[in-house]
Design a binder for this molecule. Structure first.
Ligand code: ZN
Length: 196
């Protein structure tokens, strides 16, 4: 499940994308890797990514599409910038060692679907429990919370944020297509949820 906090994190990566030509690509990737490693360690400390679970990415460039993303199998408690690699729009590694998670295709689907600047995929106990208990309804509604005003364009706690829940699959191409379709059918969505 992506939380509103994850979306807030994504916004901080948007500004470099407004002037991509003014920023050396290497410096941009390095800065993103440093920031994501810091965010990841914070997530680990909060119990949002246990062990090697979860993965983080951020857009390095839109044209061509390049993402910095955690390499697979890294314990998030010891995450460093060296654990990030750069991949292209088909999840091929173009910089760094290791390979991206199978879920990399979902990161690409979300970045394409909502123009996200970053995708912070967690595995918290709370989101797992909530996803399980609300799966039969196809999603969970968040409303009445003051913190909803942290979402872009939301001015009141009365806002109702619908987080779709998608059944997990080991077929990432099929799951990625379902993520893309869900995002298309939910215009205005701030974030997505999944049971991956
Ligand atoms: Zn996962």
């Amino acid at each position: 499940m992506k939380t509103p906090k994850a979306k807030a994190g994504s916004r901080s990566f948007r500004s470099p994308q407004t002037t991509p030509s003014a920023i050396p690509k290497t410096a941009n990737f390095s800065k993103i890797a440093i920031d994501l490693a810091e965010i990841g360690k914070g997530f680990y400390a909060r119990g949002w990514v246990l062990g090697t679970s979860g993965n983080f990415s951020a857009v390095v460039s839109r044209e061509p599409l390049r993402l910095a993303i955690t390499s697979t199998g890294v314990d998030k408690g010891i995450l460093t910038p060296a654990h990030f690699l750069e991949m292209d729009n088909a999840a091929n590694v173009v910089r760094g060692d290791g390979r991206p998670s199978a879920e990399a295709l979902l990161h690409l689907a979300i970045v394409r679907g909502v123009g996200a600047g970053a995708v912070l995929h967690t595995h918290s106990v709370w989101s797992t429990v909530l996803s399980g208990s609300h799966a039969s309804q196809g999603g969970i509604a968040l409303e009445g919370f003051e913190m909803l005003k942290g979402l872009e364009g939301v001015r009141t706690h009365k806002h109702r944020e619908w987080l779709p829940i998608l059944e997990n699959s080991q077929d990432m191409i099929e799951l990625g297509e379902r993520v893309s379709r869900t995002l298309r059918e939910s215009p205005g969505i701030h974030s997505g949820a999944g049971r991956t």
